[in-house]
Design a protein. Structure first.
Length: 148
């Protein structure tokens, strides 16, 4: 899969096995960063500290951060383990456990880590597959110029 087209609307977040840290926030009028990760992906977990800093730094301007745990193996489907890993990494934002890949399929996401950045209108402005966050950081700065 190539992922959502830039400019496309944010897909539904329906289909989670369970939500950790509460349900997703109301996103209307808010920029949103969606992080697909897996407890088995070192690259995805390496991105978390920066995502947490962005969440904290842009919270007052309305940035919503949502994690989607996309298991890559049967051993990664245990919700209690996902909660434990999220806690160890200070991922105190809503996380969908996507054991059936319903959300992944809606986003056309077939790998982790994957990051999707949506603007205040709910349109995709940037997506990235794989490690690193340097280009995403610039895109996030641009999107946040138009936030609250």
């Amino acid at each position: 899969m190539d992922g959502l087209p830039v400019g496309g609307a944010m897909p539904s977040l329906d289909g989670a096995t369970e939500w950790i840290n509460g349900a997703p926030p109301v996103l209307e009028g808010r920029p949103c960063l969606v992080h697909f990760w897996s407890m088995g992906s070192a690259f995805a977990l390496e991105q978390v500290p920066r995502i947490v800093r962005w969440r904290d730094g842009f919270a007052a301007r309305g940035l919503a951060v949502i994690g989607i745990h996309r298991p890559g193996a049967e051993a990664e489907t245990e919700v209690a383990r996902v909660k434990a890993v999220a806690g160890e990494h200070q991922m105190a934002y809503p996380i969908a456990v996507d054991n059936t890949h319903a959300i992944s399929d809606a986003f056309q996401c077939d790998r982790v880590p994957s990051l999707y950045l949506f603007d205040v209108t709910g349109r995709l402005r940037y997506h990235q597959f794989g490690p690193g966050t340097e280009v995403l950081a610039r895109a996030l700065e641009e999107v946040m110029l138009f936030a609250r």
